[in-house]
Design a protein around this ligand. Structure first.
Ligand code: CMP
Length: 146
């Protein structure tokens, strides 16, 4: 079930997320209005490789597994985010992401995503650096001689 609004519970959640480190209370308050809080059960498919998806997910509680079409598996934990690639380039999901157990997530839609980056440029830097690390990691994995 999704819930939205700038309640103090959501702001408290945001303060524990590394992606939001260093933000002012005002920025956190603004972001809390852009995100939906969602709880999902184990096994829930949050993104499907090759399908359209237009949300960014931030893990508040729980873990997820990313499986790329080339067979790479990456585990994501509390504070990690996923779904940024399709939002940034408009292409289909690059991997399938599944909940390893019950999860609590913040979900940010496409329009809100750009507002988020505008509200807090430090988040843009963190997303870009994570994207670069994922690219290096994927490239290193694929270029390994079998
Ligand atoms: P997106 O392509 O929108 O949907 C699937 C998501 O899985 C992708 O965005 C990234 O957030 C994530 N993802 C894809 N490949 C990797 C990887 N190699 N390492 C970590 N996360 C990944």
């Amino acid at each position: 079930m999704a819930s939205r609004g700038s309640n103090s519970n959501k702001i408290a959640l945001f303060k524990n997320i590394p992606l939001f480190d260093g933000l002012t209370s005002r920025q956190v308050e603004q972001i809390s209005r852009l995100a939906d809080e969602v709880e999902v059960r184990e096994g829930k498919r949050l993104a499907a490789a090759g399908e359209t998806g237009r949300e960014l997910f931030i893990i508040v509680e729980g873990r997820a597994t990313v499986k790329t079409p080339r067979g790479r598996t990456v585990r994501l934990d509390r504070g990690d985010f996923f779904g940024e690639m399709s939002l940034l380039d408009g292409a289909v999901r690059s991997a399938t992401v599944t909940a390893d157990g019950p999860m609590k997530l913040l979900v940010i839609g496409q329009r809100e995503f750009w507002e988020l980056l505008h509200t807090a440029p430090s988040i843009s830097r963190k997303i870009m650096s994570t994207l670069a690390a994922r690219l290096r990691d994927a490239d290193a994995a694929y270029s390994k001689v079998p």
